[in-house]
Write a protein that binds this ligand. Structure first.
Ligand code: ADP
Length: 182
């Protein structure tokens, strides 16, 4: 089909359609069903989605960056346009290195909104070409956070419906190791 007749090229001065790359940055310590819901929904909206684990030394995480990436890889292995990466830099600089111009973040509550608004405004200030897109939580997971999951798991509570299967196993192992060391 000649390009002029292809709807993808119509009203578009560029000869090739732009590949839309988004990044979903976060701690993911560990990834929960709430995060996964956001990943699945945003993977449908963009050509590529880079899920980026923030290597934040100040947070004293339960899982190492490599463990968090592996758990994310396992949980998203059926999503061909999702890539797992990590960074220890300004988010906007990491985005540039990936060719991404949209930041995806999830919103669960008004409290999330206030923090996320500050973050989005700061990132926009640092790089005007970068937009933040907010995805509303799936109401099923509106209360769910990595911290809640860790609270439950450390006391041997049931997290089966809250995290992907690999994370459930990893949490059990992690707390078993910790108890053995005490
Ligand atoms: P951060 O330390 O950057 O907040 P998190 O891993 O806690 O990292 O969260 C990453 C992103 O995912 C944030 O935008 C957060 O609001 C969102 N998020 C976390 N849990 C949920 C959930 N249950 N539903 C929707 N969004 C969520």
């Amino acid at each position: 089909m000649p390009q002029s007749m292809n709807p993808e090229y119509q009203n578009n001065k560029e000869t090739t359609p732009k590949v839309r790359i988004a990044a979903y940055p976060g701690s993911f310590d560990p990834v929960t069903c709430g995060h996964l819901d956001i990943i699945r929904r945003s993977a449908k909206q963009f050509d590529r989605l880079v899920v980026a684990v923030l290597n934040n030394t100040s947070k004293n995480p339960l899982f190492s960056v490599e463990e968090r990436k592996e758990l994310l890889r396992e949980a998203t292995k059926d999503l061909p346009n999702v890539e797992i990466d990590s960074f220890r830099d300004l988010t906007v600089r990491f985005m540039r290195s990936k060719g991404a111009d949209v930041i995806v973040r999830g919103i669960r509550s008004v409290t999330d909104f206030e923090y996320e608004l500050m973050l989005a405004s700061t990132n926009h200030q640092l790089d005007k070409d970068i937009e933040t897109v907010f995805m509303m939580t799936n109401p099923k997971y509106s209360y769910l956070s990595s911290s809640i999951v860790k609270e439950i798991a450390q006391f041997d509570g049931e997290v089966h419906d809250l995290v992907p299967p690999g994370v459930e196993i990893a949490l059990k192992e992690k707390y078993r190791e910790r108890k053995a060391q005490q």
